[in-house]
Write a protein that binds this ligand. Structure first.
Ligand code: NAD
Ligand code: GLY
Length: 394
């Protein structure tokens, strides 16, 4: 048994990192001292990596955890590649969707991991989107007080955001991601071929998180996305890989400086205070709103709120909304199908945000595109007035 403290010091180095002479895979390190690990990005990297782990594989147990949408496409090939490398493999499949980020599914996963006799030095492999990544990461952090895990993200959102940085967790009836831990993976394998089966709506939702990095601190990247978004969506040329690698580098840089969100990591939550409240209001019902769509509306609102407070010019707020609309993402509360919620219900949901300090709301606002900042102590009355306007938008 590998003690927990050593467990955290066991990144998984891939043999091909130093052997490959072609540049078809991009390598992004996440520098976190003893918890450092690598992100490998490229078409085919997942199976190639599994097959390359023969030195690690002999007799080691792996539990591959995935969901009901992803399993039919990829479970078999991943399991076979792992078996081929000498691992003893078990497969755990949970219901697809945000609804699975709950206690019951977490308990099921933990029980099945223990039934599979996974020990601390063995591996969990999260094969799926952000829901699977968050769930498996949380299970990894609590089963036997810590088991190594690998992120193998299959949505654009997970490839550019949730698989990196070690935020794990589940939702509560009180709100999004309120129960969880910081627990870093040992390896992240971003295989862009997984995106070929992703529904278009989910691809768009992930693109909201790509744009987020431009809006936070990289106007050049936002400009580039405005010009190249069609190639990112179609997968032609290298635009998709470039967008994913740029996003992963941006996230790795923020996480390396502020792993536990004591400061600037909060910038990554641009659009999330509004977005998380909207997800809660819509009951995590994917037919109405998925996470990335909530972030899209939230970012457009954060820019309008910034413009109203004369922190940025209206032209920037309009430019942000225009680009999100152009790719087919929602930008207003009216874009959410179904009944609208009240200002009180929205405010109540926002006050459960993890950035709330003694009842005061912290927002990520902007002085312009690429100039986001953390705004503390925003008066609730100002937020109320803004939400009333937003609800009256037509
Ligand atoms: P998701 O995991 O629900 O995946 C979206 C849908 O796509 C699901 O139905 C899934 O089954 C399906 N799917 C996944 N990959 C597929 C593929 N390759 N082909 C076909 N279908 C596929 O949602 P998501 O958007 O990936 O992640 C959202 C979650 O991530 C939210 O819970 C959010 O809170 C979390 N998140 C976490 C972090 C973090 O830092 N930990 C960051 C951002 C978001
Ligand atoms: N997605 C926000 C974070 O990782 O901090």
């Amino acid at each position: 048994v590998v003690p927990f403290s050593e467990n955290e010091r066991m990144p998984i180095s891939l043999p091909f990192t130093s052997q490959r002479t072609d540049s078809s895979f991009t390598h992004v390190p996440v520098a976190l001292g003893p918890r450092s690990y690598d992100i490998h990005i490229g078409a085919g990297v997942a199976i190639h990596a599994m097959e390359s782990l023969t030195a690690l594989g002999q007799g080691l147990r792996v539990a591959v955890i995935t969901d009901t949408h992803v399993a039919p496409f990829y479970a078999e090939s991943v399991v076979q590649a792992l078996k081929g490398a000498g691992f003893v493999v078990s497969l755990i499949v949970v219901e697809a969707g945000e609804i699975s980020k709950d206690w019951a599914t977490l308990a099921k996963i933990c029980d099945e991991i223990l039934s599979a006799k996974i020990e601390r030095g063995d591996l969990l492999l999260a094969l799926g989107g952000g829901v699977i990544g968050d769930l498996v990461g949380f299970a990894a952090s609590i089963v036997r007080r810590g088991v190594r895990f690998v992120q193998m993200p299959t949505t654009l959102l997970a490839q550019v955001d949730s698989s990196v940085g070690g935020k794990t967790g589940i939702n509560s009836s009180h709100g999004k991601n309120l129960i969880g831990s910081f627990y870093q993976p040992s390896l992240v394998l971003v295989d862009t071929t997984f995106l070929n089966t992703l529904p278009e709506r989910e691809f768009k939702a992930g693109y909201a998180e790509v744009i987020k990095y431009g809006l936070i601190n990289n106007i050049d990247f936002f400009d580039w996305c405005e010009t190249h978004w069609r190639e990112i969506f179609s997968g032609e040329g290298g635009a998709r890989e470039h967008a994913i690698a740029t996003s992963c580098r941006a996230k790795a840089a923020v996480v390396a400086k502020d792993e536990h969100e004591k400061g600037d990591r909060a910038l990554l939550n641009l659009g999330h205070t509004f977005g998380h409240a909207l997800e809660r209001m819509t009951g995590y019902d994917a037919a109405r709103l998925v996470h990335g769509e909530g972030v899209s509306i939230g970012m457009a609102m954060a820019f309008r709120f910034s413009a109203e407070r004369e922190l940025c010019v209206w032209d920037d707020a309009i430019r942000v909304s225009d680009h999100l609309c152009q790719v087919g993402l929602p930008t207003t509360l009216q874009d959410i199908p179904g009944e609208h919620c009240s200002v009180d219900a929205l405010l109540d949901a926002m006050l459960q945000d993890k950035k709330v300090v003694r009842g005061e709301l912290t927002f990520i606002l902007a002085n312009g595109i690429g100039q986001s900042f953390i705004a503390k102590d925003i008066p609730i009355s100002d937020v109320r007035a803004f939400l009333e306007e937003e609800l009256q938008r037509g």
